[in-house]
Design a protein around this ligand. Structure first.
Ligand SMILES: Cc1cc2nc3c(=O)[nH]c(=O)nc-3n(C[C@H](O)[C@H](O)[C@H](O)COP(=O)(O)O)c2cc1C
Length: 335
């Protein structure tokens, strides 16, 4: 069975990419990812604040969640290296390249077009096979318009594009008023891949301490519906590769994304919960589905259920909203 896929010009052995985070932060983890059938790894993000040497506290990624998922403790790097500065990050890229053969994707998280953009060039020089930009910006200032926000995303991408020749993916949030238009503009500005979607950590109020605290909650499979819908809508509409992310927990979830039109998927939460070796289960479940439906290759099934190919494209657009709501209580089952 042929699971190979072309994603941003990278030839991947399977569509299973390990998403940015702690899973790829140790060389032993990278080897386990490769041995378990992970086709590429996105390293944790180097944050703009780390590049500008601002000692911002980024501890929330490390401190929250570990105690909630004891089985995942081994996958959370507890060493301070996870919070590396630029130099250590670059060294890690070259060590990672020596440790495994699968593509290593470096990740930059920021917003302003300052030092982190020149960092992109150094990441490529260190051996990164591709870059992923995670542009984190919450437009809380009412004087900033949606057009300005979108333009800032495009400018940041263009600036990175000018500095590197390796593929560049941009990891986006779904919170844009005209997402299809932005996706097309980013594609035209040179985004080789669109990662749909980033998952924001929402702060919570601690009632005992009366403090607002960051809180890491791992994803659940229902969250994959939003990226699946947008993959289905965007398939064939841009030349960027579509990389689905958020809530993919099973091989069936992966199959749905490929049918909707994804070129690859990223997984993170489920591997933190079940362990890196769960990649083997994802692969086996995907193959089982393909066998059942008589697909010999991933390319045969890619986009078969996209809005371009469905006889009823409205299924993705308004998701048969009225019909679904009016069927409530009669035929519909709900979770
Ligand atoms: C512990 C943890 C650390 C993460 N670190 C990063 C990061 O450094 N950069 C980034 O872009 N995304 C980061 N993410 C987000 C994941 O890459 C992914 O987009 C998100 O968790 C949704 O995928 P999932 O449902 O498979 O977890 C992190 C997620 C978790 C759970």
């Amino acid at each position: 069975m042929d699971l190979t896929t072309d994603c941003m010009g990278l030839k991947l052995a399977t569509p299973l990419v390990v998403g940015a985070g702690p899973l790829g932060s140790e060389l032993s983890g990278l080897r386990r990812i490769e041995d378990s059938g992970g086709a590429a790894v996105v390293l944790w993000s180097l944050f703009e604040e780390q590049i500008s040497h601002d000692q911002d506290e980024l501890d929330f990624y490390l401190q929250y969640g570990t105690e909630r998922f004891p089985e995942s403790l081994t996958y959370f790097p507890r060493s301070p290296e996870y919070h590396t500065g630029p130099e250590e990050y670059l060294n890690y890229i070259s060590d990672a390249k020596k440790a495994v053969d699968i593509p290593i994707i470096a990740s930059l998280n920021g917003f302003s077009s300052g030092g982190w953009i020149s960092m992109a060039k150094q990441m490529q020089q260190a051996g990164a096979d591709a870059l992923e930009l995670n542009i984190y910006f919450l437009a809380t200032n009412p004087d900033i318009t949606s057009q300005q926000v979108e333009q800032a995303y495009i400018d940041a991408l263009l600036a990175v594009r000018r500095n590197v020749t390796v593929p560049v993916a941009i990891k986006l949030s779904p919170f844009f008023s005209a997402f299809a238009s932005l996706a097309r503009k980013l594609s035209e500005a040179g985004a080789d891949g669109l990662v749909l979607f980033n998952r924001f950590l929402q702060p919570d109020i601690d009632l005992a301490e009366l403090e607002v605290r960051p809180r890491l909650v791992l994803s659940n499979p229902a969250e994959s519906r939003l990226p699946m819908r947008w993959v289905g809508i965007l398939y064939g509409a841009t030349k960027s590769s579509l990389i689905a992310s958020s809530g993919l927990h099973s091989g069936q979830d992966v199959a749905k994304m490929i049918l909707a039109g994804a070129d690859a998927v990223q997984v993170c939460s489920i591997l933190l919960k079940e362990g890196i070796e769960h990649l083997k289960t994802l692969r086996a479940e995907l193959e089982e589905f393909m066998l059942l439906k008589q697909y010999d290759s991933l390319s045969q099934m890619k986009g078969v259920m996209s809005s371009r190919t469905l006889s009823e494209p409205a299924a993705f657009e308004r998701a048969n909203y009225m019909k679904t709501l009016s069927s409530f209580g009669r035929t519909m089952t709900f979770e």
